[in-house]
Each structure stands twice: as structure tokens, then as C-alpha cells.
Design a protein around this ligand. Structure first.
Ligand code: GLP
Length: 240
């Protein structure tokens, strides 16, 4: 658990950790996350690519999740988020970037194929994670199984409220379902790197780290991971 003076400092440190993985293993498999939290981290990776030659040409990525029913071109789709905030600005081979397809005709087949693609790539070297205010990771909402694999999940009311802000319009416009890596999929990553900043995450952080291991707080599953780094700022760590 690393408590940094600010979210900015936390993101810069997270970028260094990811850059080190890529430098040591140019064909690394990165698990990536969306949301407001990692934006500054992605900016820093882009800067490292431009100014320090950080090379993504052999890197493969798997994103945690995607909304069901949003085409890749939709401004709020996670595929679009990743293209706009990272992939378009680095030398990654787009064919090696994976985001679940929320428009797949057979969604359950897409879930199974996502797991197979992760396995075929050799597993995830480092999985980046944010934390929902209710303790969710990916879109694994409270009460879901801690052994779950990639599947379709129903979003909780809290998550719908929190994320509708990003949608910029009403909650009713937001998809109510998502495809997400399961908690079990996440725990299979060789290393996890969770970022949580700001006062709105205090309770989730407290439960994740000091609370009991419980499906009520899916993030608490990281207590079982042998190599998990949790990066906080002083606001999100205030309850510890
Ligand atoms: C979203 C995403 C998560 C993300 C979380 C926190 O619902 N599915 O992967 O970690 O909410 O979002 P934010 O970083 O915007 O606080």
C-alpha cells in the first residue's frame, strides 16, 4: 500500500511501474482500466513514449470491461475511451488491443472467447484497476462471486448514478449491463495495481484493505493476491 501526497503523484508512480514492466518485457500483456482515475497515468505513458521512446510495439492489452449495447464508435464506449486516451497516441498494434465487444451478437460466447484470448496471450503480467465507490473492480459489483470469470453483469444503482455523470446525460441513457472480467480473472494476473484517489473512495478503500474479505466489497479480493500494489492519495487513505 503506497500512500502518495496527491493523485498526480500516484499516477506518475503508477506510470513508472507499468513502464518498468514494458521495458523488462517488451511483449508484456497489460490489463487496462477506464474511468477518471487512470487518465493522468495514460497521459504520462504517452509522454514517456514520445520523450523517452517507451516502446509499445510488441505489447498486448486487455481491458477490464465494456458496456453492453454501445458500439466502439460511441463516445462513452470503453473502446473509444482507450483509443482516445491512449492507443491513438502510442505505437501499439491495434490488433493487439482487446476490449470486450459489447455489441457481440452472442454475448456469452464473447465472454468465453475473451477468457480464451487472455489465456492464449499467456496471461496478464500487470492488471491496472480502479475502485468503484461501492468497492467494485472492473464491473464486479457487490455480492458477485469472488471466483467469477468474464461475464455479463448488471450494474448497481450506485454505479449507474456515479457513471451517469460521465455520460453527461441522464441515468436512463446509460446501459444497465456490462461485460467484465471476473474477480477470478483479475486475480489470475501476475501482478495487480489498483489506484484509488479522492475523498469519495475513503469507505471503499477502508473496506478493501482493512475490512473482511467479502463479496460485499469485491476489491477486498485483492487481499488474496500475492503481488498487489494499492496506490492511494492522502484523501482516499484517510480512513485507514
Ligand atoms: C467504472 C469502471 C471501473 C472504474 C470505476 C471507478 O465503473 N468500470 O473500472 O475503476 O468505475 O471509476 P472512476 O475512476 O471514474 O472513479
Amino acid at each position: 500500500i503506497l500512500i502518495q501526497p496527491s493523485a498526480e503523484a500516484g499516477c506518475l508512480l503508477a506510470a513508472k511501474i507499468i513502464a518498468r514492466v514494458v521495458r523488462e518485457k517488451p511483449a508484456a500483456v497489460l490489463g487496462l482500466a477506464t474511468g477518471r482515475t487512470p487518465l493522468r497515468l495514460y497521459k504520462e505513458l504517452i509522454r514517456m513514449h514520445r520523450e523517452e521512446g517507451l516502446d509499445f510495439s510488441k505489447v498486448t492489452t486487455f481491458n477490464l470491461d465494456e458496456y453492453v449495447g454501445l458500439p466502439a464508435s460511441h463516445p462513452q464506449s470503453y473502446r473509444r475511451f482507450m483509443d482516445d486516451h491512449l492507443f491513438a497516441h502510442i505505437n501499439i498494434d491495434r490488433a493487439r488491443t482487446h476490449v470486450p465487444d459489447g455489441m457481440a451478437e452472442d454475448l456469452l460466447a464473447e465472454c468465453r472467447s475473451y477468457e480464451q484470448r487472455i489465456a492464449a496471450a499467456g496471461g496478464i503480467d500487470i492488471q491496472l484497476l480502479g475502485l468503484g465507490r461501492n468497492g467494485h473492480i472492473g464491473f464486479n459489483e457487490p455480492t458477485g462471486s469472488l471466483r467469477s470469470r468474464t461475464w455479463i453483469k448488471i450494474l448497481s444503482e450506485q454505479t449507474l448514478r456515479d457513471n451517469s455523470e460521465v455520460f453527461g446525460d441522464s441515468e436512463s441513457a446509460m446501459p444497465k449491463h456490462a461485460i467484465t472480467m471476473g474477480v477470478g480473472t483479475i486475480l489470475d494476473a501476475r501482478q495487480c495495481l489498483l489506484l484509488a484517489f479522492g475523498p469519495s473512495k475513503v469507505r471503499a478503500v477502508e473496506h478493501m484493505i482493512e475490512g473482511p474479505l467479502s463479496a460485499i466489497c469485491p476489491g477486498s479480493a485483492l487481499q488474496m493476491h500475492p503481488r498487489a500494489i494499492v496506490l492511494l492519495d492522502e484523501n482516499s487513505a484517510a480512513g485507514l
